[in-house]
Design a protein around this ligand. Structure first.
Ligand code: AMP
Length: 113
């Protein structure tokens, strides 16, 4: 499949990897929007959060748990961070492979634009 995140998951495209297990891989965002900005994705291809079913709840939990652990490891948990999943057009999704953003290292504004 011609999906850049699938290629990263298969080690066919380069990325700055932060974590990997059988189900999940995490890497730094190539266009970082904050001093710390990384993505946590399932290795299996799901086009969006809207594309998974109830049977994937454990996988979704693992994405969040991985984000929490990495935020601590990278030293940004105490100052704070934001997790974001953009879904479809109005959500601002640009890569059609489910991914969780983690942004940290600066004060983030709210509401988002
Ligand atoms: P979204 O707009 O929520 O779909 O987020 C997609 C994110 O993937 C953006 O923040 C991009 O900067 C990031 N991105 C796209 N291609 C790559 C890549 N090859 N390596 C790392 N991050 C990427």
């Amino acid at each position: 499949m011609d999906c850049i995140f699938c290629k990263i998951a298969r080690h066919e495209a380069q990325a700055q990897l932060l974590f990997e297990n059988e189900r999940i891989i995490a890497f730094r965002d190539i266009f970082a929007q904050a001093p710390t900005h990384f993505l946590v994705i399932p290795k299996t291809h799901h086009a969006s959060l809207d594309a998974v079913g109830d049977e994937h709840d454990a996988l979704l939990g693992e994405l969040l748990g991985t984000a929490r652990r990495l935020a601590r490891e990278l030293g940004v948990a105490a100052s704070g961070y934001r997790t974001v999943i953009n879904c479809h057009q109005d959500g601002g999704q640009s890569v059609d492979h489910l991914h969780l953003h983690v942004l940290a290292g600066r004060r983030l504004s709210w509401p988002p634009g």
